[in-house]
Design a protein around this ligand. Sequence first.
Ligand SMILES: O=c1[nH]cnc2c1ncn2[C@@H]1O[C@H](CO)[C@@H](O)[C@H]1O
Ligand SMILES: [Zn+2]
Length: 485
Amino acid sequence: YQIKTVEELKNARGTLLSKEFYRSTGHNVTLDENEKIVNKIMMDLKYEEIRQGYLHPDNWVTSNPLSEVLDAINKSKLFGMIQSMPKGGILHAHDAALGSTKTFIKLTYAPHTWICFVDEDSVLFAFAKDYPKDKCSGKWKLMETLRKAGNFSDESLIGKFSIQTKTFENTKEVWKHFIKTFVNTDNLMEYKPNFEEYVRSFLKECLDDGVQYMEIRSGVPELFDIDGNMNTKEETIMLIQEILKEFKSKNPDFIDMKIIYGKNRRKSATKTLDYLNETLTLSKKFPELIIGFDLVNQEDEGYSLLEHAPLLLNQPLNYFFHAGETNWFGTTVDENLIDAVLLGTKRIGHGYALTKHPEIKEMVKLNDICVEISPISNKMLHYVKDLRNHPVASFIADDVPIVISSDDPSFFNTAPLSHDFYMTFVGIASAHSDLRFLKQLAINSIKYSGMSEDEKTIAHRVWSKKWNNWIMKTIEQHHKIPQRD
Ligand SMILES: O=c1[nH]cnc2c1ncn2[C@@H]1O[C@H](CO)[C@@H](O)[C@H]1O
Ligand SMILES: [Zn+2]
């Protein structure tokens, strides 16, 4: 057909825009009258932030290094609203990178903590009543002594416990440093009294950030005590169960936490088979807690799913594979996406490369496989520079099932979930995407979780209640502040 008048053009574009909206994430959600009020408040703030960004692109939140915009974000009213919003659950985060830097620093105050400064980037921790054994050629220092002498500042640990203080050239380089952060904090966390405090702290930090449910990737560490006695993975799990039970009874709005057993993808077939067997044993023993298996660590450098396929096929396990966290289109790494789907993965971790595989993208939609998007992680690990170019924009436009998650918030100096939500809402999704979109994200985090159908029903109820409270509180607070007419 041929358009001849401006009116015809406007009609046609209106139809197309509306069609596009009805293809995008959030189109199924209807807002009630109260939600519409909150939506208006939010959208006014969102448009103003985008307008300011358009006028002053040098300051725009998606384009600058995160560390340069975090302060401004933390002061944003819209960010505050998103932080208090009940966002459902985090479906993709690694236990070792979930507690805040502050929490990690607090752990170094435990009595009998020793530190070894290995080099500029690396530290080791040990716990002993007397001088610790080996590993530091006689250079162990007691934290308490260092602090008393006044020549130690907690700030000096920030660079060891996160990647926020340095800049890197490329993905390979940042990963090298990123992995060191895990090594630096490993021992600190696996000391049993610290582990307990760590888990309690991150649960609280998550709930405070509007997160009511979590599924964490974890290798389930074997913990040690002050005398160097090691416990078993079973004992660690029982400890986690105990902490969870207590936390849930104190916080009835917290739903639950589950574990996806995640192990290093760089290990040989023999080792990987051990991991699979461990998952089988643990998930049989603790079916409510251990819900599946994943391979973690830098995808570009590890074994591909195809290489480990002989082991991965025909296992009575649920998979939640990291796949497509790469920019190398057409390599076996990139093609992990194909194998993940063919191996029956329940969800895809990152799926960053999915736009390049339309056949797989169709299978993902058809089979309702959820893609776990961690925008800030992708930026911090140098897969994308400006988050406006993040591929999830096209998934949102086409309603590919997604959840927003945070991957390693501790090491990026971000909140458990709010910064990722904020970036997605203001910087990646369409300027038109509104509260319907955000509400759908929260709903998705329950819908695509590893909970049973019964658990999901309860979870939805607990989240809904908090959501409705938030709506009412937001309206109330807004009316307390005098408005211009
Ligand atoms: O984005 C990611 N992709 C793959 N692996 C990751 C990512 N973030 C953290 N880990 C890996 O998870 C392990 C701890 O559970 C760490 O070894 C870390 O390298
Ligand atoms: Zn991850």
